[in-house]
Design a protein around this ligand. Structure first.
Ligand SMILES: *Cc1c(COP(=O)(O)O)cnc(C)c1O
Length: 224
């Protein structure tokens, strides 16, 4: 697999989406999702220039991170995180994209009282039963409850759009996440610390960029 070539193609698409929406490419971070990739493939991908990498299962992630630590990539945890796996989060991961409940925040604080981990709050904008994430209506209350959780550094919001026939149908989902970010900036103690939007995957990242994504999580478009 020629990861450099794939990466170039994707970067061109990111750049075009930024041009269309008057955004700076430096404000959109590409995170390579390596959940479909072996350790060797992940290594090649990082070497091709993907310095931000994401995994959604702890048991797959830890051996990769251990064996590739010399490459100094930044690792993002994007899957549902079971409370009993919190012990593996640090020091392996620099970002958690799936903070979706208070009990998880509590366990992170219990395990890492002297650290601060950058977290995105996962929001279930599309309200699909099968997706995790805080319901939008409960978001402000959830954030206010997080105030006393000193190990949690909320840096933004994350969402997953539903699978749709036409990517364009995801636009309102992404737009609503951005509107919630603006609302949180105005109405909660987080203010402008809540600054990132982790949204957009292989099928819909260009639309997510047009709607303000700062972090896009790309798997299959890079690895398949
Ligand atoms: C798998 C996964 C992705 C990447 O999906 P692709 O469609 O392969 O780009 C992004 N985010 C999360 C949370 C995932 O689980």
């Amino acid at each position: 697999m020629d990861y450099k070539h794939k990466l170039n193609q994707v970067q061109q698409r990111i750049s075009n989406a930024c041009d269309r929406s008057g955004r700076n490419v430096d404000d959109v971070k590409l995170i390579a999702v390596t959940k479909y990739s072996s350790i060797e493939e992940t290594k090649l991908m990082i070497e091709a220039g993907c310095l931000h990498v994401a995994e959604n299962k702890m048991q797959d992630a830890i051996p990769k991170i251990d064996q590739l630590s010399h490459l100094h990539a930044m690792w993002h945890y994007i899957g549902h995180l079971q409370t009993n796996k919190v012990k593996h989060l640090l020091p392996s991961f620099q970002f958690l994209h799936s903070l979706d409940r208070l009990s998880l925040a509590k366990e992170i604080c219990r395990k890492y009282p002297n650290d601060r981990i950058s977290c995105f709050i996962q929001v279930n904008i599309s309200k699909e039963e099968t997706k995790s994430g805080i319901e939008p209506e409960k978001l402000i209350e959830f954030i206010n409850q997080l105030k006393d959780y000193s190990s949690i550094d909320v840096c933004g919001l994350m969402t997953m759009a539903p699978k749709v026939k036409h990517p364009e149908e995801t636009r309102t989902i992404f737009r609503r996440l951005r509107e919630w970010k603006d609302e949180i900036q105005l109405r909660t103690y987080l203010g402008e610390n809540c600054r990132y939007l982790s949204m957009g995957m292989s099928e819909d990242f260009e639309i997510a960029i047009e709607e303000g994504a700062t972090h896009i999580r790309l798997g299959s478009v890079l690895t398949k």
